[in-house]
Write a protein that binds this ligand. Structure first.
Ligand code: GUN
Length: 295
């Protein structure tokens, strides 16, 4: 039985955060304290956990951290005002509005209202364009940036590889595909999704398979080419009566049957999740540098 390399996002994220600490010290010496505002609307339990860890990591790095928690009934206008106020706040370099917001909120309009220079999620159309153009002054969405970093640090070459991304979201799938095909990576990329014909067959072509669908354990053993590298972006809560919380976390990949086939695989939890937060910190430092330094 093959023993895959477990891509340890926790330790790679810790190394990225150490680099961040050094950069915070440099910025503080120039009188710039990086500031991140995280906005959460409503009570989604998973979002609360994510927002909590983002704020904690900020505090740990010595950032100015502002957590804005708003009730689920917050109106579009009220949320727009919060965003505009944060755009104008000189202590804030990065703004993140946790997704998904409640259904009555028009998320796209909120994203468009963000100052693109503070859009550390990389969701604003100006940053999406910069990603397409490979302009490094833009912000790369944190989860795909974290996946790329994990591949790079683990010495996995993407150049010329067949990469398949399952999922076409603006948060993960599309930016992931752009990064993989870009000139720093040079993979051949397929984006697959729920309407793709013969999804297992498409996935079996992949040297590098990225699962970002949000469906627990959808990717089975017979979807994976032996020797592939599998990156599992899913963080799904599934009921589990043996846990105190009543649930366990599982990815989009059926880990037990897929792992023995792979050259390398990310675990859930402890794979992509910690990388996302580390890249958010890096993006906030980029914003602080770009806003804090006169052009
Ligand atoms: N929800 C899940 N992932 C993300 C993310 O990277 N950014 C934001 N704003 N919301 C999310």
């Amino acid at each position: 039985m093959n023993t895959p390399i477990i891509l340890d996002g926790k330790s790679v994220a810790a190394a990225v955060l150490d680099e961040c600490r050094a950069e915070v010290a440099e910025l503080l010496a120039k009188g710039i304290k990086p500031g991140l505002a995280v906005v959460l609307v409503g009570e989604d339990p998973a979002s609360k956990v994510y927002v909590g860890s983002k704020a904690r990591t900020c505090a740990d790095l010595g950032f100015y951290s502002l957590k804005v928690e708003l009730p689920a009934e917050t109106t579009q206008e009220e949320l727009l005002k919060v965003v505009r106020d944060l755009n104008a706040d000189p202590l804030i370099h990065g703004i993140l509005v946790q997704s998904p917001p409640p259904r009555h909120i028009n998320e796209e309009a909120i994203i468009r209202a963000l100052d693109p220079r503070k859009d550390v999620d990389g969701f604003h159309p100006e940053n999406v364009a910069k990603l397409v153009l490979e302009d490094p002054s833009g912000f790369v969405p944190c989860t795909p940036a974290g996946c790329m970093k994990l591949l790079e640090v683990s010495g996995i070459s993407t150049s010329g590889a067949e990469a398949v991304v399952i999922g076409r979201s603006m948060i993960v799938g599309k930016p992931m595909a752009l990064l993989l095909v870009g000139k720093n990576s040079n993979a051949t990329v397929t984006i697959a999704h729920s309407r793709s014909k013969d999804l297992p067959g498409i996935c079996r072509r992949a040297d590098i398979l990225i699962a970002a669908v949000g469906r627990p354990e959808m990717v089975k053993g017979d979807w994976v080419k032996p020797g592939a590298v599998v990156i599992d972006v899913g963080i799904n809560r599934v009921p589990d009566a043996t846990k105190k919380s009543g649930y366990r976390l599982t990815g989009d990949v059926a880990y037990e049957e897929v792992a023995p086939l792979c050259a390398a695989i990310t675990p859930v939890p402890g794979g992509v999740g910690p990388m996302t937060i580390a890249m958010l910190m890096k993006n906030t430092l980029q914003a602080a540098r770009q806003i804090g330094t006169p052009c």
